[in-house]
Write a new protein. Sequence first.
Length: 317
Amino acid sequence: MARGSKTTKALIGPWMGIEERENFQTDGHCAVAVNVDFSRGYIEARSGFHEYKNTTVVRASVHPVIRWGKLKYILFVGVDTNNNPRFEALDVDTNSMSATQELSTLGEPTANKEFNCSFVDTIIARDDDGDGERGDPHRVTLVVTKTNTYVFDPQADVTKLQAVDMTADAFREDIDNFGYWETTPRGGIAEMHASHVYYAGFEDDFIVHLTSPVDDLQADPQKKLTGLGEKGRFVVGPSFVAWSDKFDPLAMKASQFIGIGDSERITGLKSFKEQLIIFTDKSIYSHIGGTLETAALYKVSSNVGCVSHHSIVEVAG
């Protein structure tokens, strides 16, 4: 676009764009491009941004809720100008579903400059009306922060998030044979992979309370992490990742976690084909398997890490 001009002129190619794979780069590829759109084979200015909806959430993670291939809702979870966390839901026409919800009413700390969250679309059977009976399984969105996990359940209430109730929201099919987390899984980093939900980003010395003590005969790894005078709880931290049962995103068996070493902090998770890619501040790992018997962890890189879960982008996957 020429200076002072209001029109955009396309430079006709075809142009090859940027090739990120070093071994495939040629002289015909672009080396540097800023705000350029190569999608039609031309060099064109990328469309800019304009204000579409004014909200009271000034810094937010935005999540489209898609049901059966159609956009149904747009979720905003973030902070206001005072860094107080809040939530707002919009319909497909960007109309607000209700007044902004202050998440401090659910126990979320205020004045939190570091507030962040992850979203996981999943299916659970909930006791929506509190009668002690689970309803039919239906689609919900989990919103996972550092201090709590919430559920956006349009079938129950489209206007607000609800705090997770581990008794009503986690099925725990094998609870007669295994100890499960009573503590709500949280940490700010969550990712769906192979029908499990993986959680990371735990605080230092995060204490997990269990539904039953670890049996003396069990060879579960958390026996080495109890050290608290009892076997009904154990400790994890920012170098750990834990995962749920299949198709039960809040049911966390006591044995379903791994650690990567105290010298690194997990900063992001990404499901990629048959692997869960685990990013730390220093390295990248690949995790396969969803049970204690099949789980395996491999280091992919020792020289490249990741600063944030939200900085991860899958390219040509």
